[in-house]
Write a new protein. Structure first.
Lengths: 312, 329
C-alpha cells in the first residue's frame, strides 16, 4: 500500500511540474511576455517600466533559467501582481478561494445525496414509472448546458416567482438562500451522471450470481439491495465522485459567472476579459494544485475501500 | 415457425410456434424503435437549417439578416411582425425594382437586444457550430487514435511517457486552459477549433490503447510479424481495422460534449468573436435581458439540448450495435 501511495505521490509531483511547464510556455509563446502586460489599446508603458519589468521577470537570462526563477517565485507564494488592481495575486486567491470551495462542497454533497439513491431506486424498480422518471432526469441533466439551466432558474425563481435571490452572497444566516440556486444548478448535471452510473453498476450486480444466491438463501430484499449489491456497486460512483469534485472546479467557473458568485471561477473569467494574465496563471496553478490534491485523496480512499489495491 | 434474433447486445432467443402476424403500425414501430429515427431527423433538420442560413435577405427563408442590427425591432417577442418603418421601406424597395412585394417578415422566435431575428441567428449559429465541430472532432479523433495506437502498440517506456503526459493534461482544468489560450492568442474560429480538438482526444487514447493491448497479442499479428511486416504495416492493416468501431462510437458520444464545451466557452466570452452568432454566445447575450426578453436565451439553449440529446441517442445506438463493451462510457 505504501508503495502504491508513494508511486502516486511521485506522479502527482510530476503532474504539477508538467502544469507549471505548460503555463510557463503559454506565457512565453507570444514571444516577449511584456507584450501581455501592455496590450494593444491599453495605456502602454514607459521605457523605464519596460526595462524594470525585464529585470524582475529575468528576461535577460536563458529560457530555462527564467523558468526556474519563475517556479522559485511561485513556490514561495509569489504569483505576481494583478495588472488592474495592483494587489498581490496570492491575496486575491486567498480572498476568493473559500467562496468557491463552499459552493463546490455544498453542490457535491447535494449531487451525491440526490444522484446515488435515485440511481439505486431506478435500478431496483427497473422498468417502472420511477425508472423512467429517473432516466428522463439523467437525459436532461446530461444534455442541458449548465449555464442555460442557471439562467432559466433565475428567470423562474428570481424574476417570475421572486422566491430566491439571483446572485451575490448574503451575510449570516440569510446566505443559505443565496446558496440554493447556484448549488442546485451545479448539482443537477452531476446528479444525472451519478444516477446513470449507479444505475448501470447496480443492474450489473443485481444480475450477478452471488445476489441470486443470497436471494435463493432467503435473504430479505432490503438486505440484498443494501448489503450485497449496493456496497459493491459503490466503486464506480466513488470514482465519479472524485472526478466530479474536480469537475465542479470547472463547473464553478460557469455557475459563478451566471450567478455573479465572488469566487475563483469568476475571478478567472473577469481576468480573461480584462486580459489580466498574472491573475489568470495564478488561478490556473491553484486549480491544478487542487486537482492533484483531490486525486491523491481519492487514491487514499481507494486504498481504504478496495482491498485489492491495499494489498496489490 | 419463427426464429427471432434480437439485435444488439440483447440475448438472442428463438420463438418456436406460430408466428404472430404483426400489423402495419407494429412493424413500422419496430423499425422506428430499432433505428434512432427521431434523433436522425433532428440532426438532418439542423443541417438543413445550417444550409439555408445563407439564403438572400429579401424573400429568403426568414427575411432577416443574422448580423445587422435593426434597432426598430429591439426585444420583439416571438411571433411579432417586423417594425413598420422597415416594412414600408422593404415594400418601397421592391416596388422600385419591380419585384413582387414581399410578405412582412415575422420574428417567429423573437428578436434580440439589437433587433436581430433569433431564428435567423440560430440558423447561422448552426452553420458555424457544425463546421467547427466537424473539424475539431475529426482532428481530435485522428490525434487521439494515433496516440493510443502508439502507446498500446509500442508499450514499455513509450507507453509510460505518453500516459503520464495524459495525466498532466488532465491536471489542468480545461476551461481555464482555454481561457489562458484565448488571452494569449486572441479569439478566432481557428483557435476555437484547436481548443475543441484539444478537448476531444483523451477518450480515444484510453479506449484505443486498451484495445490495442489485447489485439497485439493475437496470432495474426505474430504471424504478420514473423513474415517480416513492419510495425506501421501491422498497425495499419491488422490493428486499425479492429479498433475503428470503437473509434466511431466514441466519436459520436464525444461530439455532444464538444458542443456543450463550445457553448460554455462562447458563454464565457472565449468563443468565436462577436457579432458572429454561436448558440452559447446567444445565451450569454440574453442573460442581461432575462426579465424582459426571455426568448433570447431560451431558444439557443433548447437547440443545444436537442442537438446534444440527439447525438447521445445516436451514439448509444452505435455503441449497442457496434461495440457493446463500451457500455460504461
Amino acid at each position: 500500500m505504501y508503495k502504491f501511495l508513494l508511486r502516486r505521490l511521485v506522479f502527482s509531483i510530476f503532474t504539477l511540474i508538467g502544469a507549471t511547464i505548460i503555463v510557463f510556455t503559454l506565457s512565453r509563446v507570444v514571444g516577449d511576455p511584456r507584450l501581455l502586460y501592455a496590450q494593444e489599446g491599453g495605456y502602454g508603458m514607459t521605457q523605464e517600466q519596460y526595462d524594470h519589468m525585464g529585470e524582475t521577470l529575468g528576461l535577460n537570462h536563458p529560457l530555462i533559467v527564467q523558468y526556474f526563477l519563475w517556479v522559485a517565485d511561485v513556490v514561495q507564494g509569489d504569483l505576481g501582481q494583478s495588472l488592474l488592481a495592483r494587489n498581490d495575486v496570492t491575496d486575491l486567491i486567498k480572498q476568493k478561494a473559500p467562496n468557491t470551495l463552499r459552493l463546490g462542497l455544498v453542490s457535491w454533497v447535494l449531487a451525491t445525496v440526490i444522484g446515488i439513491p435515485l440511481g439505486v431506486m431506478s435500478a431496483v424498480k427497473r422498468g417502472s414509472l420511477w425508472d423512467y422518471l429517473g432516466r428522463t432526469f439523467a437525459l436532461f441533466g446530461q444534455a442541458l448546458p449548465v449555464f442555460w439551466i442557471g439562467i432559466m432558474a433565475i428567470l423562474l425563481f428570481s424574476v417570475k416567482l421572486d422566491w430566491l435571490p439571483a446572485g451575490q452572497r448574503g451575510e449570516g444566516f440569510g446566505q443559505i438562500k443565496h446558496f440554493v440556486l447556484p448549488s442546485m444548478t451545479l448539482a443537477l448535471a452531476a446528479a444525472a451522471s451519478y444516477l446513470r452510473l449507479t444505475r448501470s453498476a447496480m443492474l450489473e450486480i443485481l444480475d450477478s450470481e452471488y445476489v441470486k444466491l443470497a436471494r435463493a438463501k432467503g435473504v430479505g430484499t432490503q438486505m440484498v439491495i443494501w448489503k450485497h449489491a449496493f456496497k459493491n456497486a459503490l466503486i464506480p460512483p466513488l470514482t465519479l465522485s472524485a472526478l466530479l469534485l474536480v469537475g465542479f472546479i470547472t463547473g464553478t467557473v460557469v455557475v459563478e459567472t451566471v450567478f455573479t458568485w465572488p469566487g475563483l471561477g469568476r475571478l478567472a473569467v473577469t481576468s480573461t476579459t480584462q486580459n489580466d494574465f498574472p491573475v489568470m496563471t495564478g488561478v490556473v496553478l491553484m486549480f491544478a494544485l487542487m486537482y492533484v490534491v483531490i486525486n491523491l485523496l481519492t487514491d487514499l480512499t481507494y486504498a481504504l475501500v478496495d482491498p485489492r489495491i491495499r494489498i496489490g | 415457425m419463427a426464429t427471432r434474433v434480437s439485435i444488439g447486445d440483447e440475448t438472442s432467443f428463438a420463438v418456436v410456434g406460430r408466428a404472430v402476424q404483426k400489423n402495419w403500425i407494429q412493424r413500422k414501430w419496430e423499425t422506428i424503435s430499432v433505428w434512432p429515427v427521431l434523433p436522425i431527423m433532428m440532426i438532418s433538420l439542423l443541417i438543413v437549417m445550417a444550409l439555408l442560413a445563407d439564403t438572400p435577405l429579401y424573400g429568403g427563408v426568414t427575411g432577416f439578416d443574422p448580423i445587422r442590427p435593426v434597432l426598430g425591432d429591439r426585444n420583439f417577442s416571438p411571433g411579432s411582425y417586423q417594425n413598420e418603418r422597415d416594412t414600408t421601406r422593404n415594400i418601397e424597395r421592391a416596388e422600385k425594382k419591380g419585384e413582387p412585394i414581399p410578405d412582412t417578415p415575422r420574428h417567429w422566435l423573437g428578436a434580440d437586444q439589437f433587433g436581430r431575428d433569433v431564428l435567423t441567428r440560430l440558423m447561422k449559429g448552426a452553420q458555424i457550430s457544425l463546421m467547427i465541430l466537424a473539424i475539431a472532432a475529426g482532428v481530435g479523433m485522428i490525434f487521439g487514435t494515433v496516440y493510443g495506437l502508439a502507446a498500446g502498440y509500442f508499450g514499455g517506456w513509450t507507453d509510460e511517457i505518453l500516459m503520464r503526459a495524459l495525466d498532466v493534461y488532465f491536471s489542468i482544468p480545461y476551461i481555464l486552459l482555454a481561457l489562458v489560450a484565448v488571452i494569449v492568442f486572441g479569439q478566432s474560429v481557428v483557435i476555437m477549433m484547436a481548443l475543441l480538438a484539444l478537448l476531444a482526444w483523451p477518450p480515444f487514447v484510453r479506449n484505443v490503447r486498451a484495445e490495442v493491448l489485447s489485439l497485439k497479442e493475437r496470432d495474426y499479428v505474430s504471424a504478420a510479424r514473423a513474415t517480416g511486416a513492419s510495425d506501421i504495416w501491422i498497425m495499419w492493416k491488422h490493428i486499425v481495422p479492429n479498433v475503428i468501431n470503437t473509434v466511431i462510437v466514441i466519436a459520436t458520444l464525444r461530439v455532444g460534449q464538444l458542443i456543450l464545451a463550445e457553448a460554455i466557452l462562447s458563454f464565457l466570452g472565449a468563443g468565436v468573436p462577436p457579432p458572429t452568432p454561436t448558440w452559447g454566445a446567444m445565451v450569454a447575450e440574453g442573460r442581461d435581458y432575462i426579465g424582459s426578453a426571455w426568448w433570447i436565451s431560451f431558444f439557443p439553449g433548447v437547440m443545444i439540448f436537442l442537438l446534444v440529446m440527439s447525438l447521445n441517442f445516436i451514439g448509444d445506438w452505435f455503441r449497442d450495435r457496434f461495440d457493446p463493451r463500451l457500455r460504461n462510457l
